[in-house]
Design a protein around this ligand. Structure first.
Ligand SMILES: Cc1cc2nc3c(=O)[nH]c(=O)nc-3n(C[C@H](O)[C@H](O)[C@H](O)COP(=O)(O)O)c2cc1C
Length: 339
């Protein structure tokens, strides 16, 4: 965690500099009418925002998760805990995860495990925190960058099918900063996944983080991955009946609105929130989230969108490298602008 805080985001961007929402000068809406609430996993959220997986297992993680969970409960946000593997090895670590449910008894809480977790343990993780959903993270890139990391990634699709068969709650496939492509999503869809957290580039960069502590990539692969905007466009263009969390380098209300307009159901933010919490305080983080949400409401009004459904009907123009990328992938960037 200390290394993550010390490592600069990027160098790739999240891609939303290529995405534009159109201003509506006659929106005929009042600020108080803007409704940012949404439904996810059968529960209502006040805002389409997920505090994404960060931590668990230590005393410090307990404090962080308590602060983040309290904030999620007070502001009507969803929250995911960090990887729960440690809770199976060290029962003393359990409270750093369960605290998230204690402080937020009715909200949306997500369990988090590696995609190679044994199905029985995945169910235990869900039960531990009364999770509404299970995030399965894919961190192949990080494992390869780590000198002591995994090197064998076979059997994951079968494992996911087994987890889905046993899991009492929906399973979410989650990238951690390198972006999911249309092909990846199609294969995971085939295995039964219906919710994707696309985790594109532009924010936390696990290659750069690992290389700070002697990783195997020696800063030669810092530009690996695809942007969150490109990944989102690839997924939405498939037209599958899936839910999508747009994440990776998300930190402004404008980027949030653009992602929601392109078809994301929620936006996930991890590193940006952690930085504010650890370098300032929980009070400062709450103020920053309030500002973010005020600004998000403003962008909705300025685009003439009353709610999360309406913003999806507004034209979104994709240009620059993102449009070029999509055209070369035979995806029409006009999908979002001609509506
Ligand atoms: C310190 C730190 C720890 C993280 N731990 C986890 C984890 O345990 N499980 C997981 O799925 N993702 C983990 N992530 C990844 C985030 O959930 C997120 O996918 C990634 O950081 C990209 O989002 P961001 O750019 O908003 O940080 C972690 C991120 C950070 C910064």
């Amino acid at each position: 965690m200390a290394l993550a805080l010390k490592t600069a985001e990027g160098p790739l961007t999240n891609g939303f500099e290529d995405v534009f929402l159109l201003p509506d000068s006659v929106p005929e809406l009042a600020f108080t009418e803007i409704d940012l609430s949404t439904e996810f996993l059968g529960k209502k959220l006040q805002y389409p925002l997920l505090i994404n997986a960060l931590t668990g297992g230590t005393e410090e993680a307990l404090r962080i998760n308590r602060d983040l969970g309290t904030l999620a409960a007070r502001n009507g946000l969803a929250m995911a805990v960090g990887s729960m593997t440690i809770a199976f090895e060290d029962r003393a670590a359990l409270e750093s995860f369960t605290v998230v449910r204690h402080v937020n008894p009715h909200g949306i809480v997500l369990a988090n495990c590696g995609a190679d977790i044994k199905p029985r343990l995945a169910c235990e993780a869900i039960e531990m925190i009364g999770a509404d959903g299970l995030q399965l993270h894919f961190n192949i890139t990080q494992e390869l960058a780590m000198p002591e990391g995994d090197r064998d990634f076979r059997g994951i699709l079968d494992n996911i099918m087994n987890i889905i068969a046993l899991s009492p709650v929906p399973v979410i496939a989650k990238e951690v900063g390198f972006g999911m492509t249309a092909e990846t999503v199609q294969r995971l869809y085939g295995a039964g996944i219906r919710i994707f957290d696309n985790g594109g580039s532009g924010g936390t960069n696990f290659i750069a983080i690992e290389d700070k502590r002697g990783g195997k990539f020696e800063h030669q692969l810092d530009e690996w991955g695809i942007s969150t905007a490109i990944s989102l466009a690839e997924i939405i263009s498939l037209g599958l009946p899936v839910k999508v969390v747009a994440s990776g380098g998300m930190r402004s209300s404008l980027d949030m609105a653009k992602a929601l307009a392109m078809g994301a159901d929620l936006v996930g933010i991890a590193g940006y929130f952690l930085n504010i919490l650890l370098q300032n305080s929980a009070e400062q983080l709450e103020k920053s989230i309030e500002s973010l949400l005020y600004q998000l409401r403003s962008v909705f009004l300025m685009s003439g969108a009353r709610d999360c459904q309406a913003i999806r009907t507004k034209p979104v123009v994709l240009c620059g490298r993102t449009a070029e990328w999509l055209r070369s992938r035979r995806i029409d960037p006009g999908l979002w602008s001609h509506r």
